[in-house]
Every structure is written in C-alpha cells, then in structure tokens.
Design a protein around this ligand. Structure first.
Ligand SMILES: *[C@@H]1O[C@H](CO)[C@@H](O)[C@H](O)[C@H]1NC(C)=O
Ligand SMILES: *[C@@H]1O[C@H](CO)[C@@H](O)[C@H](O)[C@H]1NC(C)=O
Ligand SMILES: *[C@@H]1O[C@H](CO)[C@@H](O)[C@H](O)[C@H]1NC(C)=O
Ligand SMILES: *[C@@H]1O[C@H](CO)[C@@H](O)[C@H](O)[C@H]1NC(C)=O
Length: 431
C-alpha cells in the first residue's frame, strides 16, 4: 500500500480528517496542485485505460471519429464534466471504496454516493434502501441474513419459483453494514436460477459483460467516510436521497425531510461548501424541501426525472411541466439519456428531443444518466438508447450519443459507470 494512502486511512481512522475542505493534491501520487485547468484539475495522475481507445477504433468513419482519434495522446486529466455513477460499476462493485478510487483515477470530477440509512440512522452509500441481497454477501453471513426484512428462500426448480430475499440497510447498523463485502450487482432477471453458495451470498449472477475481477471483498462505504475520501482526492460530491422503499417515517419518527436534511448536515459538518455538492432526488418533494430549507445547497440540486418511464403520458407531461418547475426554483433537471434525444430517420442521425429543447427554453441546466450501463451495443443498446435504437449497432456509437448530448443538447455533466469513457470525450473537447 502506498505510504500516502496509509496516511489518509490513518488520519480518517483517528478523526483528524473530520474536516478536509481543501484537496490533498496528488492523492498518493506526485501532483501539480489543483486549479490549473480552469477548475477541473485535481492533481490526480489520470489514467483512462484501453476502453475509450477501443470505442474510438470501433466508431464508424467520420469527423467525430477523426476528432476523437486526434486526442489519443492526451493529456488526460480530471474533468468536471465526468461524473462517476455509483463508483465504477462496469468492473468494480458499486458504491465501494475501490470503485470510487477507480473512478477518480479515470478522471471523474464528481463521485456519486446514493444515500440510504441504517437502523442506527447513519447514512450509507447504496443504490437502494433494500439492495443488500443482490449487491453484498449478506446472505452468506447467517447472523446478518437473519435480520433481513424478508429472509432468503431458495429457488424451486420443480415449480419455477424464484429465489427471494429482501435485505435493507435499515435492517442493520452501520457497523454491521461495514462488515459486509460489496459485490457486483446481481442480475435480477436471473434470480430464478439462484444458488446462494455459487454467488457468494448474493442473489443473481454478474452479467457476462461486467466482471468479478475486483469483487473479492470490496469495501462498502458510509456517507461520512465517502465525504472524507472524495475530499482527500480534491473532487466533488453528488449525493442522491434514495426514494424510500421502506415505510416512512422510519422507526415512527424519522421522516423523509429528516433524511434529506441529514445529508446536507453531513457536508456542513465536514466543512464542504455547497458549490461542491450536487444533491439529487427522483422525488419532487425532496427537491422542493431543499429549495425551501437550504437555498445554498438547493442551488445545484438535480431533479432526477423518470416520469417518462412511469406512465404512457409521462414524457409529454414532464416536458410540459418544465417551465413551472423552473419557476418553483428548480435549476437542474436530470433525465435519462434517452429522454434527451430522438431519431431523425430522414438523415439517420440522433438529434435533440422535445424535452431537451423545452428545458433549454425554460432556462434549465441538464445533467444526464447513465453511460456504460448497456453492455455491448450491437443490438441497439436497450433502455438508455430508447427512441434511437435503430441508429445504434456498434460499441463506437456510444460516442455518437455522448457527442449529441454534449454539443447539441448541451448537458453540463454526464453520469457514467466507467468514468474514463466520458473523461476521454471531455478532455478532447475541453470540457
Ligand atoms: C468542483 O466544484 C467547484 C465549484 O463548483 C468547481 O469550481 C470545480 O471545478 C469542481 N472540481 C472538479 C474536479 O470538478
Ligand atoms: C413451490 O414449491 C414450494 C415448496 O414446495 C412452495 O413453498 C411454493 O409455494 C411453491 N410455489 C408455487 C408458485 O407454487
Ligand atoms: C450450489 O452450488 C454449489 C457449488 O457450485 C453446489 O455444490 C450445490 O450443489 C448447489 N446447490 C444447489 C441447490 O443447486
Ligand atoms: C425511426 O425509425 C424507427 C425504426 O423504423 C422507428 O421505430 C422510430 O419510431 C422512428 N423514429 C421517429 C422519430 O420517427
């Protein structure tokens, strides 16, 4: 272990690092000091690995491919445009310390913690209140498995019953949560074939296009220690107040507003200024709560918009609602990638959607999610490419989508499961 990493761990452990507002430039490597490139520089020795180069090679011939090829010698550096989505879950267990560090190494300017809470009301980084049974080894630890909301029941091939369990962060304490191993997210579509021994205490296998190479026992993270880690690397924060799966108020008294407030409180206690934190929620009420309770932190809160996925008229309703949301004080909308683009079949190109145009007219900033969650793109790319699936048939097409989102739609940041892909693009275009 490099000496400086040990020091960070040590200072965190003994509490010296309870407020680290300034970056520790270099983060274990010789650094050059922050701020040198107009705000994005962290001093981290950024390494993008082979994937962006593979994607560029795979692109169809044209000016975008030429431009991206012209950037292949770098320099590569941390970019504010590049947001790490759940760490680096294309290859590392999501929301693990190892995944966050991998994303930082790949130039993410902002690292995401999706926030849930434990039985002792501590905040932890998990994508859902109740995903421990398919993102950790909890089912392999009998005393913790016994605390799950819904204990494990095995699959029954005789009558086709799927294996089942539901294990929530709120079932256990922070200390118990920290004793788990973070694993790759189990593929829920394959729960039926489940054999807990085989999957190391987790429901569902790892999709073949991800890997278990870094999933021996990754470290799950509390929100406070995530703040310390990201601060120590000189990077920025984005925290999502997860939509509750369990009934609120929790334990009779802990309300959704208490939870939304606790997230802000932990940044203030750590001495992190509001302009380095992007709060997020899918719940309009969380966004409005922040606007009313804490304008400084609300100023760059992201209203994650999935209304288009929830009803037949959801997309049109969302587009129509944008001016009123802006008037209510919302500054940034965060729709999924597919909502921002559409197919121009006459020219066979991807173009900005009516949502993208309406958001611009309403003066709203756009941040979108998520790249690198779709696996190989030869069959059209699935959900994140909905509406343009007919124009997607190779992995290099990912950069075509990224380019339309960045330069035509005008998104200011992008979430990606593999930050290097977006960092490469951002570095090439000076974002
Ligand atoms: C972090 O946020 C600050 C304030 O918004 C910004 O100036 C800086 O460029 C950001 N840094 C990174 C690494 O994205
Ligand atoms: C399948 O069989 C198991 C064990 O006999 C039983 O508990 C379960 O209810 C059955 N499920 C269905 C859908 O019939
Ligand atoms: C589960 O997997 C283990 C290891 O591969 C195997 O020994 C065991 O028989 C399997 N159990 C079931 C119920 O399939
Ligand atoms: C473009 O063509 C595809 C495939 O035929 C179709 O599914 C899609 O709806 C068309 N898109 C538009 C905006 O017309």
């Amino acid at each position: 272990m490099p000496v400086l990493t040990t020091l960070v761990a040590l200072s965190t452990a003994i509490g010296l690092a309870s407020a680290i507002p300034t970056p520790w430039n270099g983060w274990g490597w010789p650094g050059h000091g922050g701020g040198g490139n107009g705000g994005g520089s962290s001093g981290i020795n950024v390494q993008l690995g082979p994937r962006p180069f593979y994607l560029v090679d795979n692109m169809d011939a044209g000016p975008l491919k030429d431009k991206l090829e012209s950037c292949s010698n770098g320099p590569f550096k941390t970019s504010p445009f590049s947001i790490s989505h759940r760490g680096a879950p294309l290859m590392f267990p999501e929301h693990s310390k190892q995944g966050y560090k991998a994303a930082a190494r790949m130039g993410a300017g902002t690292i995401e913690c999706d926030v849930s809470f434990t039985s002792d009301r501590e905040l932890v980084c998990r994508h859902s209140n109740c995903d421990l049974h398919y993102t950790t080894n909890i089912l392999a630890i009998p005393e913790l498995a016994a605390k799950c909301t819904k204990p494990f029941t095995p699959a029954d091939p005789a009558n086709g019953t799927a294996a089942d369990a539901q294990c929530c962060t709120s079932d256990i304490t922070l200390a118990e949560f920290k004793s788990l191993c973070a694993l790759m997210e189990g593929d829920s579509s394959a729960f039926t074939a489940v054999n807990v021994t085989e999957y190391n205490g987790r429901l569902g296998p790892t999709p073949t296009w991800r890997t278990d190479m870094y999933a021996t026992c990754a470290e799950p993270m509390g929100h406070k220690e995530y703040i310390q880690l990201v601060a120590s690397m000189g990077l920025n924060f984005t925290a999502e107040a997860k939509t509750p799966v369990i009934p609120m108020p929790f334990q009779g008294t802990y309300t959704q507003a208490d939870f939304a407030q606790q997230i802000i409180d932990e940044y203030r206690e750590a001495g992190i200024p509001a302009n380095r934190v992007w709060l997020q929620s899918f719940l309009q009420d969380d966004i409005f709560y922040w606007i009313d309770a804490d304008p400084a932190f609300a100023a760059q809160a992201i209203y994650l918009d999935e209304r288009a996925d929830l009803s037949a008229t959801g997309y049109e309703d969302a587009v129509a609602s944008l001016p009123a949301l802006a008037a209510r004080g919302v500054k940034i909308m965060g729709p999924s990638t597919w909502q921002l683009v559409t197919a121009d079949n006459a020219t066979q190109t991807i173009v900005p959607s009516s949502y993208a145009k309406a958001a611009k007219e309403a003066g709203l900033e756009l941040i979108t999610w998520s790249l690198e969650r779709s696996g190989p793109l030869k069959d059209g790319g699935g959900y994140y490419y909905e509406g343009v699936n007919n124009l997607i048939n190779n992995d290099g097409d990912e950069y075509t989508l990224i380019d339309v989102l960045a330069r035509e739609v005008g998104v200011t940041k992008m979430f990606s499961d593999w930050a290097g892909t977006v960092t490469y693009y951002a570095n090439c275009f000076g974002l």
